[in-house]
Design a protein around this ligand. Structure first.
Ligand code: PLP
Length: 450
C-alpha cells in the first residue's frame, strides 16, 4: 500500500507513466455527440457517469478523451479488449487482411478462416475442434442451443438464475435477470438456483446447489433435456464464480438426462481468468459445446461455437450459414489475438497481476464496511458494495458515486449484478501491477472521502 493511501485525504493517486500523447482532437465536441446520441441512438442504455465520457482513442490499457486526458480502462470494453486497445499486431493483421480480401462467402475456401479454426481447436480439450463462426456472443449461444436441440431431439434447456447469455429470442430466454428480459416467450427454459457463494443459501457447497439441476429435470421436464448452459463466472450478473464442486455434479445430472453441457465462455474465456485459458477448466469439466466472443477478436466483431465433429453433424440435416460469421478479417484478428496472448504471456500476467489486485482489494474490504465481497479470478474481478454486511443490503447509489469519482481520478470500472451494486473489474490482460495499485489507490481515496 502506497504511503498516501494510509491517509487518503492527503494526496490523489497519480496515473502510472505511459509514453504516448495522442494527436490533438479536432472532431465534434462531446456535447454535439451527446445531442446526436440522444436523438439517433439506442435510448435503452445510457452512460454510467454524470458527465458522459467521450473516448477518441485507445492505446493498450488506456483510453483518451477529446482533451487528451488519459484513463486507465479497467472495464476493457466490457471484458472484451484482452490484448489492449489497438494492439499493433492485431491492427496489422486486420489491415493486411482488409487489403487482400475483406469478405468471402462460405462457398469458397480461404486460409484466414481455416487457420484460425485450427488454432482455436488447439486451445480446447478433448474432441472440441469444429468451429462455427458468428458475429457476437448472442449469435453463438443461439446456435449452441439450436445445435443441442437438434442433436438430442429434446427441447428443454436448463440455465442458471442471474445468468446473461444474450439478447435474441432464445438467449433472452436463457438469460435470467429481469432487467435484461422483455416479455418474450421463453419456450422450454428452466432456471435453476444459482450456486452463488456470497448470496446463495448453500454458501460454497456446489454439490448442494447441483441437486436443483437434478430436481428440475425430474419435476419440470419429461426427464430428458437438450442442454445445460452456464457461465463459469457470471459476468453481467456481477462476477459470480460458481461454487466449487457445482459443475461436475450438474454435468452428471444433465448427462444422465441425455443433455449436452454448453459452456458460455464469452467473458471467462480467452485467458481472462489467468489460472486457465477457459473458465470451465477450473472445475475440471469438459463441455460438449463452448461458445465465445468478446476477447476472441480483441474488440473486432467475432464469436464462435466450438463442438465435437459428432455434434456438429446435427446441423448437416439442413443448410446452416451466417453471411458475416467467419469473415476473413475477423478471423485474421482472432489469429493475431491468440498469437499476442502467447507472445506476451498475457494469461500468466492475468494470473499474477490479477492475484495481486485481488489481494489489495481484499485489504480494502478489511478497511471499509461498505465492501461486502471481493471475488473472481485473474482479470475478471468483482467488488460488491453493501450498506449492511449482515443483511447484504445492496449499496446501489454508492456504487454509482464511487464509479463517478474514480472516473474523475482517471480510472474506468464497470458495474453489474442484479442490484447494480457490484464493480466489474475486467481490464485488458496487459494490466500491470502499477495499474493495479493506481486502481486500488483511487478506490481507497474515493471511499475514504465518503
Ligand atoms: N454471454 C455472456 C456471458 C455475455 O457476457 C454476453 C454479453 O455481455 C453475451 C453472451 C452476449 O454477447 P454479445 O453482446 O456479443 O451478443
Amino acid at each position: 500500500v502506497t504511503e498516501w493511501a494510509k491517509d487518503a485525504s492527503a494526496a490523489k493517486p497519480v496515473l502510472p507513466k505511459f509514453d504516448y500523447t495522442p494527436p490533438a482532437y479536432s472532431g465534434p465536441s462531446a456535447d454535439e455527440i451527446l445531442a446526436k446520441r440522444r436523438e439517433y441512438l439506442n435510448p435503452s442504455i445510457f452512460h454510467f457517469y454524470k458527465t458522459p465520457l467521450n473516448v477518441v482513442e485507445g492505446k493498450r490499457q488506456y483510453l483518451f478523451d477529446e482533451k487528451g486526458r488519459r484513463y486507465l480502462d479497467a472495464f476493457g470494453g466490457i471484458a472484451t479488449v484482452c490484448c489492449g486497445h489497438c494492439h499493433p499486431d492485431v491492427v496489422a493483421a486486420i489491415v493486411e487482411q482488409t487489403k487482400r480480401l475483406q469478405h468471402s462467402t462460405v462457398l469458397y475456401l480461404n486460409h484466414a478462416i481455416a487457420d484460425f479454426a485450427e488454432a482455436l481447436a488447439s486451445k480446447l480439450p478433448g474432441n472440441l475442434k469444429v468451429a462455427f463462426f458468428t458475429n457476437s456472443g448472442t449469435e453463438a449461444n443461439e446456435l449452441a442451443i439450436l445445435m443441442a436441440r437438434l442433436y438430442t431431439g429434446c427441447h428443454d434447456i436448463i440455465s442458471l438464475r442471474n445468468s446473461y447469455h444474450g439478447n435474441a429470442g432464445g438467449t433472452m430466454g436463457t438469460t435470467a435477470q429481469s432487467i435484461w428480459k422483455f416479455n418474450v416467450i421463453q419456450s422450454g427454459v428452466h432456471h435453476v438456483v444459482n450456486p452463488d457463494p456470497y448470496r446463495g443459501v448453500f454458501g460454497s457447497d456446489g454439490e448442494k446447489y447441483a441437486r436443483d439441476v437434478e430436481d428440475t429435470i425430474n419435476f419440470g421436464t419429461s426427464g430428458n433435456v437438450a442442454a445445460f448452459v452456464y457461465e463459469a463466472i457470471q459476468g453481467v450478473g456481477g462476477i459470480v464464480e460458481l461454487a466449487p464442486g457445482y459443475l461436475p455434479a450438474a454435468y452428471d445430472s444433465v448427462k444422465k438426462a441425455g443433455g449436452l453441457c454448453i459452456a458460455d465462455e464469452v467473458q471467462a474465456g480467452f485467458a481472462r481468468t489467468g489460472s486457465h485459458f477457459w473458465g470451465f477448466e477450473a472445475q475440471g469439466v469438459v463441455p460438449d459445446i463452448v461458445t465465445m466472443a468478446k476477447g476472441i477478436g480483441n474488440g473486432y466483431p467475432l464469436g464462435a461455437v466450438v463442438t465435437t465433429p459428432e455434434i456438429a453433424k446435427a446441423l448437416t440435416r439442413r443448410s446452416y450459414f451466417n453471411t458475416f460469421g467467419g469473415n476473413p478479417v475477423s478471423t485474421a484478428a482472432g489469429l493475431a489475438v491468440l498469437k499476442v496472448i502467447e507472445k506476451e504471456k498475457l494469461q500468466e500476467n492475468a494470473f499474477i497481476v490479477g492475484s495481486y489486485l485481488k489481494e489489495r482489494l481484499n485489504a480494502l474490504k478489511d478497511k471499509y464496511e461498505l465492501i461486502g465481497d471481493v471475488r473472481g479470478r485473474g482479470m475478471l474481478l468483482g467488488v460488491e458494495l453493501v450498506t449492511d454486511r449482515q443483511l447484504k443490503t445492496p449499496a446501489k447509489n454508492e456504487t454509482l458515486h464511487v464509479m463517478d469519482q474514480m472516473k474523475e481520478l482517471g480510472v474506468l470500472i464497470g458495474k453489474g449484478g442484479y442490484y447494480g451494486n457490484v464493480f466489474r473489474i475486467t481490464p485488458p490482460l496487459c494490466f500491470t501491477k502499477e495499474d493495479a495499485d493506481f486502481l486500488v489507490d483511487a478506490m481507497d481515496h474515493t471511499l475514504s472521502a465518503m
